[in-house]
Every structure is written in structure tokens, then in C-alpha cells.
Design a protein around this ligand. Structure first.
Ligand code: HEC
Ligand code: CU
Length: 307
């Protein structure tokens, strides 16, 4: 019995191989340690000037102790490789979710083209394929309850898939050290029933479409990870706080002073390095292609509302 959650067939398969290798190791460890002890005792020196027989080799024995242990090794190699490949190649009918990893947040985009924050909802009993990419440094998607894990690199898509047994919640970690807030780069996989999943998706989509702009902006501020670098209470994190910046004139290290308005915020999102606020580093990622027009407006309205 496994003391940890096995949330899919794949998790059980991985654990089976793992246990096979463990028991194999324990068995041969015992055989070798026992053998060494036995021979040490059996062939200890008993008389002075005792002659030992001069044996150079024993072909039959050598074949036996080479071939027999090789068989489980070959089994391990094939079984392991086969299982590894299983996690990489998703069934054609899998539900596809795009994953963007960035310092220090996850973004999950559903087939309807929308994304709703640090919780990935998926239906139980249906294969889910993750198409993952990083927007900055190397991250690693690690979902221990499903025994899947893969590096996420910039400029290349990595795929993983899983098929969740039943409704429940599972923790996602970033498993590649990626900077200051690496250990807070957490997300959840929420497994719903098929109906719950469809309802959740519809409800979220509707909420996002009908929400007043400042409220949508507030949601995006968290969902898009702006909160990892920008506070709303005046404290400085990696970036300047949003509090009270609307309408102010800001100084830049690479441009003439300008007033914070809709156009400035739009530019900050799409080309963050065009004007870098004096006293800050140009580390803000570009959100080019990641925000709809309505979402850009919503973020601007939200910043405007933070007096
Ligand atoms: C990795 C950290 C990081 C993330 C994530 C981030 N920013 Fe920034 N942002 C910065 C830094 C640092 C600056 C200041 C340097 C500059 O102007 O490029 C900045 C500048 C800005 C400015 C100009 C602020 C000013 O006072 O002039 C705005 C507006 C802004 N960001 C909005 C956002 C929004 C909205 C998001 C989320 C969609 C976001 N940022 C995500 C780091 C970040
Ligand atoms: Cu990370």
C-alpha cells in the first residue's frame, strides 16, 4: 500500500515500477551481504600454512550471475521507458490546456481561450493535455499526486498529460529554482465531475465578460500575477506600487517624464522596457498577446481606482 495519494492510473504505474526497483534492490542487497558474510565465515583461516585451491574461473557460474541479474535490468529499462513515453504522448481526444509559467505565477488557458487564475479545473475521467511554455526562466511543472513532472523552458513547448480518477484537489509546485518567490509559485488542480467542469467554465467566462472594468482589473491583477511585483498599498516590491500613481508625472531612466494615463499603462503592459521608471530595474515581462483589449482597459481602470 502506498502512503501517498495516487490520483491516476499513471500514478499507480509509476509506483509499481518504483516498488519493483526498490524490492529488486533490497533482494540483491540481502543476497550479496549474506553471501559475503557466509564466505568470510566459511573460508576463514583455520590452520597455519593452509593451501587454497588455485581456481582461475568458472564459466557456468559466470554466465549465471551475469544473465540472471540482467533480466530484471532489461525489464526495468523497457518498463521505465515505456511508462515515461506514456506521460509525454497524449491521446488525440485529450482536453488541451495551455500553461504559461512566469516569475512567479501560473496561467492556465482553456479551449475557450480564457484563463482564470491559479486554479486549474479539469474534468475527472478525461485525458487532459498540458502544453507548457515559460515566459522567462526555466520552471518545472510538478504534480506529485499524478506523478508527473516536466521542465518548462522558454521558446519551446513541453507536453504532459494525465487522466484524473475522481473529483478532488491536488497541489502543483514549481520544481526548478526560479528566483526570489520560487517557493510561492504554487497552483491547484481541481478535479470536477464533467458537469461541474462545464458549469465552472461557463460561469467564469460569463463573469469575466460581464464584470465591471475595475472589478475585472482587480481579478486580473491577481490572476496575471501583477501582485507578485506591484502592491496596492504603497509598499515597494520589485515594481512600484499602483497606489495613487494615476495622473502623476513619473521620471524614467530612458525617456522624458510622462503622466500616468491609459496610454502609459497600455505601453507598460505591452512594451514595458519602452519607458523604465527611474529607480527600478527593467524586469517586467511583456503581456503582448496575453491580454485582450477589454482586459487592458480593466487593468487601467483598476489602477485609476487605487487613490
Ligand atoms: C516580474 C515583476 C513584474 C510583474 C509580474 C509585473 N510588473 Fe509591472 N513593473 C515591474 C517593474 C520592476 C516596473 C518598473 C520598471 C519599469 O517601468 O519597467 C513595472 C512597471 C509597471 C507600470 C508602470 C508603473 C509606474 O509607476 O510608472 C505599470 C502600470 C505596470 N508595471 C503594470 C503591471 C501590470 C498591470 C502587471 C500585471 C498584468 C504587471 N505590471 C506585472 C515589474 C513587474
Ligand atoms: Cu518557477
Amino acid at each position: 500500500m502506498m502512503p501517498v495519494t495516487q490520483a491516476s492510473d499513471y500514478a499507480r504505474e509509476v509506483d509499481n515500477i518504483y516498488m519493483f526497483i526498490t524490492y529488486f534492490g533490497i533482494f540483491f542487497y540481502a543476497v550479496i551481504v549474506f553471501g559475503v558474510g557466509y564466505f568470510v565465515y566459511k573460508y576463514r583461516r583455520r590452520r597455519q600454512n593452509e593451501e587454497t585451491p588455485d581456481i582461475t574461473h568458472n564459466t557456468a557460474l559466470e554466465i549465471i550471475w551475469t544473465v540472471i541479474p540482467s533480466i530484471p535490468l532489461v525489464v526495468m529499462a523497457f518498463w521505465g521507458f515505456n511508462t515515461y513515453m506514456q506521460a509525454r504522448v497524449a491521446p488525440a481526444d485529450a482536453l488541451e490546456i495551455k500553461v504559461i509559467a512566469k516569475k512567479w505565477a501560473w496561467e492556465f488557458t482553456y479551449p475557450n481561450g480564457m484563463s482564470f487564475g491559479q486554479e486549474m479545473h479539469v474534468p475527472a475521467g478525461r485525458p487532459v493535455k498540458l502544453v507548457m511554455i515559460s515566459q522567462d526562466v526555466i520552471h518545472d511543472f510538478y504534480l506529485p499526486d499524478f506523478r508527473i513532472k516536466a521542465d518548462i523552458v522558454p521558446n519551446r513547448y513541453t507536453q504532459l498529460w494525465f487522466n484524473a480518477d475522481e473529483p478532488g484537489e491536488h497541489q502543483v509546485f514549481c520544481a526548478e529554482y526560479c528566483g526570489r518567490d520560487h517557493s510561492n509559485m504554487l497552483a491547484k488542480v481541481v478535479v470536477d465531475t464533467e458537469e461541474q467542469y462545464q458549469q465552472w467554465l461557463e460561469q467564469k467566462a460569463e463573469e469575466a465578460m460581464n464584470m465591471p472594468l475595475p472589478e475585472l482589473g482587480k481579478l486580473l491583477y491577481v490572476n496575471k500575477g501583477c501582485n507578485t511585483c506591484h502592491s496596492i498599498d504603497g509598499t515597494r516590491i520589485q515594481g512600484p506600487s499602483f497606489k495613487g500613481i494615476w495622473g502623476q508625472t513619473h521620471q524614467f531612466s530612458n525617456a522624458a517624464p510622462a503622466v500616468v494615463d491609459e496610454n502609459y499603462i497600455r505601453e507598460s503592459l505591452l512594451q514595458p522596457t519602452a519607458r523604465v521608471r527611474a529607480g527600478y530595474e527593467a524586469i517586467m515581462p511583456s503581456f503582448q498577446g496575453l491580454l485582450r483589449e477589454r482586459e487592458i482597459q480593466a487593468l487601467a481602470e483598476y489602477v485609476k481606482s487605487l487613490k
